[in-house]
Design a protein around this ligand. Structure first.
Ligand code: NZQ
Ligand code: ZN
Length: 386
């Protein structure tokens, strides 16, 4: 096992009705709140009204309309608003996109230069406003981690900002808020959770047995409950298990004692920067191709273990089991109605070379990944997804 430090300062309030703690919890930071949200789902579900009612004694300013794959323009507007109104705390009500934009706003509001500088040089993040979250889609784990992914629309870069100052102080995770999710978002979120677990599972260090077993548990949870949540949107058992799987899936617990660069995510972020694709959809397309491409005699034992522990494959031969595991992943994504090729989502192949170049430039794919990849390797993986 590698050395590690584990310190997550986020308080999670999980379950039905937990939102009632909001006034008391927020009041410790002050009275001036920036409420951030997405394109309108919280207005349709009634959550917006509920939050406004709870915050009736606060001075609430709003930044709505934050789109999936959030753009830098929201960060710039949000940071300006925070400075102008002397905001005490940001309350993000939504999913990864709203939370991530809020994280970037939180530090940009305490910085005098252009917000994108903080993305390029993390040492510039010296202070950040406190952030609280009401989670409405389970996928990214942003509710309990220190990262945020933002797209710079002018350079077509989608990169991650990260600082210990960006952990939400509080996240309210009420599974009933997931009931209104459309099936596509339930599926995309589930693929994302599974992919986070896989990125951490397929890493060079395989001595962290406890971490691997926990990771297998998260993967099995997604495989068991995503189909139920798709079929019965208000199934509390399914929604609550998926919601906690999303949080545990990317709050550092599954990376403990391991480490190394991620692979599929680093390619997908570039694809979604170019084509504004739903993150989980991009992962569903790329994951089976990445698995087929990197599988070899050197790593077939890990792939076989994945197939056996996660999907219950019983075949003795490691390579056969490994290949069956990849088929199972593909079938699972298909069962959630996820696309499995770029042509299904209208993405042409003419930018593959540029996407491959960017993936290598902006990540540790060629230096620290599970199987190191160069530009040609990534281009081949993209071709396999045509
Ligand atoms: O915008 P609204 O109207 O709210 O609709 C959203 C959006 O269209 C909708 N939605 C959310 N909750 C809903 C709902 N619709 C009905 N009922 C509800 N309860 O779902 C759509 C997607 O929302 P979004 O916030 O974009 O989803 P997600 O949580 O998957 O976030 C994706 C973003 O997070 C980044 C992704 O790259 C992408 O930009 N990631 C962030 C990570 C992190 N911070 O740690 C790690 C991830 O790997 C990922 O890269
Ligand atoms: Zn992800």
């Amino acid at each position: 096992m590698n050395n590690f430090t584990f310190n997550i300062p986020t308080e999670i309030r999980f379950g039905k009705g937990q939102i009632s703690c909001l006034p008391e919890e927020l009041s410790q930071y002050g009275k001036r709140v920036l409420l951030t949200y997405g394109g309108g789902s919280i207005k349709r579900s009634g959550l917006y009204d509920k939050v406004k009612e709870l915050l009736k004694d606060f001075e609430v300013y709003e930044l709505g309309g934050i789109e999936p794959n959030p753009k830098l323009k929201y960060v710039v507007t949000g940071a300006m608003l925070c400075k102008e109104k002397v905001i005490d705390v940001i309350l993000a009500v939504g999913g990864g996109s709203t939370i991530d934009a809020s994280k970037h706003i939180a530090c940009a509001a305490c910085y005098d230069g252009p917000a994108w500088n903080l993305m390029m040089d993390r040492t510039l993040i010296k202070r950040a406003l406190p952030i609280a979250v009401v989670l409405t889609i389970c996928a990214t784990g942003s509710e309990m981690n220190s990262g945020g992914v933002i797209t710079n629309e002018s350079t077509q870069e989608k990169l991650e900002i990260n600082s210990p100052l960006l952990y939400p102080r509080l996240s309210i995770c009420d599974p009933t808020y997931l009931y209104t999710l459309p099936p596509k978002q339930t599926a995309a979120g589930s693929v994302d959770i599974l992919s986070h677990a896989m990125e951490q599972y397929f890493q060079p260090n395989d001595e962290a047995y406890i971490t691997d077993v926990l990771t297998e548990g998260v993967m099995k949870t997604v495989i068991k409950y995503a189909p139920i949540a798709m079929k019965i949107p208000d199934n509390y058992e399914a929604r609550s298990n998926l919601m906690w799987a999303s949080t545990v899936g990317l709050n550092h617990l599954l990376t403990v004692g391991k480490g190394g660069a991620w692979s599929v995510h680093m390619i997908e972020h570039v694809v979604s920067a170019f084509y504004d694709l739903t993150h989980g959809v991009g992962l569903a397309i790329l994951t089976p191709a990445w698995m087929r491409y990197v599988l070899s005699d050197d790593n077939k034992k890990r792939f076989a273990r994945f197939a056996r522990e996660v999907f219950g494959v019983t075949v003795q031969d490691d390579m056969t089991a490994a290949l069956m595991g990849i088929d199972c992943v593909e079938q699972f994504f298909r069962s959630l109605d996820m696309p499995l090729s770029f042509s299904e989502v209208g993405i042409p192949s003419d930018q593959f070379e540029k996407i491959a170049e960017e993936s290598i430039r902006t990540s540790g794919l060629s230096t620290r990944a599970y199987v190191k990849l160069d530009k040609d390797d990534v281009e081949t993986i993209l071709e396999m997804c045509k």
